[in-house]
Design a protein around this ligand. Structure first.
Ligand code: PMP
Length: 764
């Protein structure tokens, strides 16, 4: 519409003389400011829609009712000379709805750095607004369904496709999942009421210490007051250094006028996240439609910042802080913790060990964070089973969908088995083309030994010093780490152990160490080669203290063993699936191709999934024996999960992340070692690293120091463990979504812990 046309409408139908009409940018509809001689107004135009007409009419009626009944200013609607709130303007092509409201003078909250008192004042203002809104009922607003209403968060799901960053997309999806389980059941039990629906920093006017006004009631709808509160808190906290303090003050004030319930508080954490995700989905869409849209990019940045921070907060922490702010009873974690521990000692024995002298009670986890019962958040720098991240929504979805469709066993036909096998085997050299699915690394190593022994009809197994391969009878037999333990059963006669080719503390540490170790192993077998069935080892020996086999070792040893008919098995339970960064598999890291590979842990991201991958030749021989059947191995749910893991690694480029973040991690640790001579060696690859702690300037293991560091990490909420023959190597192998900020947190804490250690008191 032309300016002149609008000026005429304003005059004719609203009785105002517009001296100036200025277009306001950034809105989907055309909006203008009107300057008259004495006052300023806002003119809003909309394409005609009969439902919208009813909604706008309701909105104007409510605006009228707010005047004098709330503590802050709100726009006053201007009626037409026919005593209506809307003027319907027909042109040849289109019909428009036109309305005018008063312009509120003042500064937006988003424009200023405000004092902390604003949060309290906002709490009071919003409570009064909500109490007033609660009194009004309009069927048109009750019927309104908006993607900005957190009660209809799901309406944003289709917008996920516009989020380009796949890891961000997964983090948003996580909150969609949590909404289903945590929010919806509670929300539907609450009493609905009218809410403003968009009390963000650009809709609130403030003088820096208090709230003066609220504008834009265009998102008003029949929803729940806790949704409105969540929206307010989101934007209040957005850019704050200590957002939770702002949240608490707001809630305290709100509650003093319009008391909240514990039920509402329970879902607040997830509703704030839902608002951030709504904002992210919509700004992604806006940027997709208009890549130059500056507003969308800046709001995306803010929302992403708070979303990342939100993951660092334990939901229980938010819940308890909020409950405390309004004077309600917080959750009692002590009682729960006691019950859990009691049942544990009642039904289990003590060699089912617990980490730390004060064990951690875990409540939930998301990506690289784990949340304790007491409200504390742990940065997980240790657990490699949740490879693509704890509670990854695509894993949960894969399990749920398949489990609620079909879960059966390999004696029936279903496409998931072959599809997953194809996808998994595509990650291997052509020669490794057959797979057996089982349910653990132990079952896989057990089966691998059987396959090897069936193939060459030999019994002897060559194993690696400090190696660990599983908890079955065969698993223990071949795990030097277990059988040689002082409580272990000792070495079986058919087991030959070879020295770990350790270039840091072993017999050979020079450039040609790999060659020397290989020759030593070859010597060891001299004369009995024809009795040895197989050789099993990890590419980087985890329980040995993250010791990479010396470069060149496998490259020299494998051809020799293969020439003697000995099957070479690579245990990739720890090192596989891109963890090492540059290489997808540990055997690639050593430039060799084994005859057989064992998979486990990360393969199902926590779902019990293991496999043996081998050559056709080996599989063929094994197939001549008794039937191979695993009740759960390769079931459709497992296949769906395994397939999802591979997809996520690829989509989220997690191998590359392991490479980049791992490289940064290792370099930062090496830098730190320059200041701390007790860091004897930093080794490993990608996100599979070991930090060998020693008595300064020696390579003597330093058990007490490692335990001190491990415990101070625990105290400061970082999960890291120790391993190695003297339990003196810090082991870090986090979920692959670990980032450089997480690395900085670990390295800073390591520095602090090392600085705090009292060398005079501890000599071991
Ligand atoms: N191999 C290696 C290298 C392992 O680290 C483990 C488990 N720690 C296993 C095999 C056994 O796997 P699971 O515990 O799934 O049986």
């Amino acid at each position: 519409m032309l300016h002149s046309e609008l000026i005429q409408i304003i005059h004719e139908h609203f009785g105002l003389t517009a001296l100036k009409l200025t277009k306001i940018n950034g809105y989907e509809n055309q909006n203008f400011t009107i300057n008259t001689k004495n006052k300023k107004y806002i003119l809003k135009t909309y394409l005609y829609d009969s439902i919208l007409k009813e909604e706008l009419d309701a909105e104007s009626q409510i605006l009228e009712k707010l005047i004098g009944n709330i503590s802050i200013q709100s726009p006053v609607p201007v009626k037409t000379n026919k005593n209506t709130y809307l003027y319907v303007h027909h042109t040849e092509k289109q019909s428009y709805l036109i309305r005018i409201v008063s312009f509120l003078e003042g500064t937006f909250l988003g424009e200023i750095t405000c004092e902390a008192s604003v949060s309290y004042d906002l709490g009071i203002a919003m409570s009064k607004l909500n109490l007033e809104l609660k009194k009004h009922h309009f069927s048109s607003l009750r019927a309104k369904k908006s993607k900005w209403d957190l009660a209809h968060f799901d309406l944003n799901k289709p917008l996920l496709k516009f989020v380009e960053n796949e890891s961000l997309k997964s983090r948003i999806k996580y909150f969609f999942t949590k909404y289903d389980t945590e929010v919806r059941p509670t929300l539907t039990a609450l009493t609905p009421q009218l809410i403003h629906g968009d009390a963000n920093e650009w809709n609130l006017l403030s003088d820096g210490s208090s709230i003066k006004g609220i504008i834009d009631f265009g998102d008003m709808c029949q929803s729940y007051r806790i949704c409105d509160i969540a929206i307010c808190i989101t934007y209040l906290c957005y850019d704050k250094r200590h957002p939770l303090e702002w949240m608490s003050d707001f809630l305290k004030a709100y509650h003093s006028n319009d008391p909240l319930t514990a039920k509402e508080i329970h879902i607040l954490y997830y509703l704030v996240a839902a608002r951030l995700c709504t904002s992210l989905c919509n700004s992604a869409r806006s940027r997709h439609l208009d890549p130059e849209n500056v507003y969308a990019s800046s709001s995306q940045k803010n929302a992403e910042r708070l979303l990342n921070l939100w993951f660092k907060y334990n939901p229980i922490l938010i819940q308890n802080m909020a409950l405390e702010a309004i004077g309600l009873k917080t959750l009692d974690s002590e009682i729960d913790a006691e019950k859990i521990l009691n049942k544990r000692s009642l039904f289990f024995v003590k060699n089912l060990s617990l980490s730390y002298s004060e064990p951690i009670n875990m409540k939930s986890a998301a990506f690289q964070y784990m949340y304790g019962l007491k409200g504390e958040t742990y940065l997980d720098a240790y657990n490699n089973i949740p490879h693509v991240g704890h509670s990854h929504p695509l894993i949960s979805e894969a399990i749920y969908k398949q489990q609620s469709t079909l879960n059966t066993n390999t004696r029936y036909l279903y496409h998931q088995l072959g599809d997953y096998a194809e996808k998994l085997l595509s990650k291997f050299p052509e020669k490794l083309c057959k797979v057996f699915f089982v349910n653990s690394g132990s079952a896989a190593s057990d089966l691998a030994i059987r396959i090897a022994q069936a193939y060459n009809k030999r019994k002897k197994v060559l194993v690696m010093e400090h190696g660990y391969h599983g908890n079955t009878k065969i698993g223990i037999d071949i795990s030097h780490y277990k059988y040689a333990n002082k409580k272990g059963p000792g070495r079986q006669e058919h087991i030959t152990k070879t020295d770990i080719p350790d270039t840091y503390r072993g017999e050979f540490t020079q450039e040609n160490a790999g060659h020397k170790y290989a020759q030593k192993t070859i010597q060891l077998l001299s004369g009995v080669e024809n009795e040895v069935s197989c050789f099993i080892s990890e590419p980087i020996v985890g329980c040995g203290g993250q010791v990479p086999l010396a470069p060149g070792y496998l490259k020299e040893l494998y051809p020799h063993l293969k020439a003697k008919g000995i099957v070479c098995i690579s245990d990739e339970v720890q090192t596989g699936f891109g963890r090492l960064g540059f290489d997808f598999w540990g055997f690639e890291y050593h430039g060799v191709i084994p005859d057989m590979v064992i998979l486990g842990k990360p393969m199902g991201n926590g779902h019990p999934l293991g496999a043996v991958v081998c050559s056709a030749e080996l599989a063929e021989e094994f197939s001549k024996g008794v039937e191979f059947f695993s009740s759960f191995g390769g079931n459709p749910v497992s296949c769906a999960v395994g397939s999802a893991v591979l997809d996520i690694i690829e989509k989220e480029q997690l191998q590359n992340n392991a490479f980049l973040v791992g490289d940064y991690y290792k370099n930062e640790l090496i830098k730190l070692s320059k200041d701390h001579p007790c860091i004897g060696n930093v080794r490993g690859s990608g996100l599979f690293l070991g930090i060998d702690l020693v008595h300064p300037n020696t390579n003597h293991t330093f058990y007490n120091l490692a335990q001190h560091v491990k415990n101070s990490f625990r105290k400061n909420h970082i999960l890291i463990s120790t391993d190695g023959p003297d339990d003196s190597v810090l082991k870090t192998k986090p979920p692959l979504c670990f980032n450089t900020e997480n690395v900085d947190q670990v390295v800073t804490e390591l520095n602090r812990a090392l600085e705090r250690f009292d060398y005079n008191k501890s000599s071991h």
